[in-house]
Design a binder for this molecule. Sequence first.
Ligand SMILES: CSC[C@H]1O[C@H](OP(=O)(O)O)[C@H](O)[C@@H]1O
Length: 352
Amino acid sequence: MLYPVVWKNNSVLLIDQTRLPNEYAVVEIHRSEDMAEAIRTMIVRGAPAIGVAAAYGMYLGAREIETSDRTEFLQQLEKVAQLLRSTRPTAVNLFWAIGRMMQTAYETIGTVAEIQQTLLETAQTINTDDIQTCQAIGNHGLAALPKTPEKLIILTHCNAGALATAGYGTALGVVRSAWREGRLTRVFADETRPRLQGAKLTAWECVQEGIPVTVITDNMAAHCMKQGLIDAVVVGADRIAANGDTANKIGTYSLAIVAQKHHIPFFVAAPLSTIDFTLIDGSQIPIEERHPAEIYQIGDTILTPSGVEFYNPAFDVTPAELITAIITEKGVFAPDELVKLHTLSQQIFNHY
Ligand SMILES: CSC[C@H]1O[C@H](OP(=O)(O)O)[C@H](O)[C@@H]1O
């Protein structure tokens, strides 16, 4: 199994996803500021993965606080939370995980040392829980996929794999489960400009797992669907509103439009921790804008002339009416059924 975030020897080990697929490098993180930078620069990325990373970042920050006074400790911990919240705005998992860590600190009655220990245990629980959640998503996804005698070809976008979670993946979790059950022919992976998570990360994960994978450029997806090459589209999510509107990597929205045009089921695979029930629809989901260099530069090559402007939104929002179903660890739901999960979500994520 592939784990992008690992607690080991009193530090956090991150697979450096900016160096894949050509180099498998691990970065050792000891301090909260370094964890914030790792999230900001996408050494670690993917909604659930940055939630897990932020949880450990909260513990790293907690152990840096040198006071035995509980009130002072909590005030300092809130500053760590603010630092981590400032890293990336769209994936709600980041904010949920930080909120859970703060809630744990406030609820722990004891010495500062006892609060710090409880924070570490909470981060480790968030980590292990997400692996189990992804495996449940994968298994529930099997029931959602088209029931055809032939094996399926699934198109996915960006990377919603083990690298984007604590392990196993969400969209690629469904792919892994389908592969293991003998229901998959191959994956078509959008390269996913500008950060190329599909070409670099999804393709790498599939090769590691022996899953046949075809990489296409983003502008080929519609043609592939029109040719009848694709049986289903399965993507991840960074934030899902209560009505099922879903923020995911830029390019997801256009995929959903073309999938509907060609009557191809379009699935979002995501844990409950990605659903933001405080938003009635996707209109208020914050969309991260990243540096223009992600568009105009690949390696040492500058792609565009000087004197041009750039617009680099990292995400878009797919309206619920374009989504066939949302695959969660609690089952498969039509977008308008998510409200059934609200009470359960509040029980699991209360006050975060
Ligand atoms: C398992 S959801 C992963 C989700 O996060 C990715 O964004 P980024 O690579 O910028 O962190 C992408 O939207 C994926 O679908």
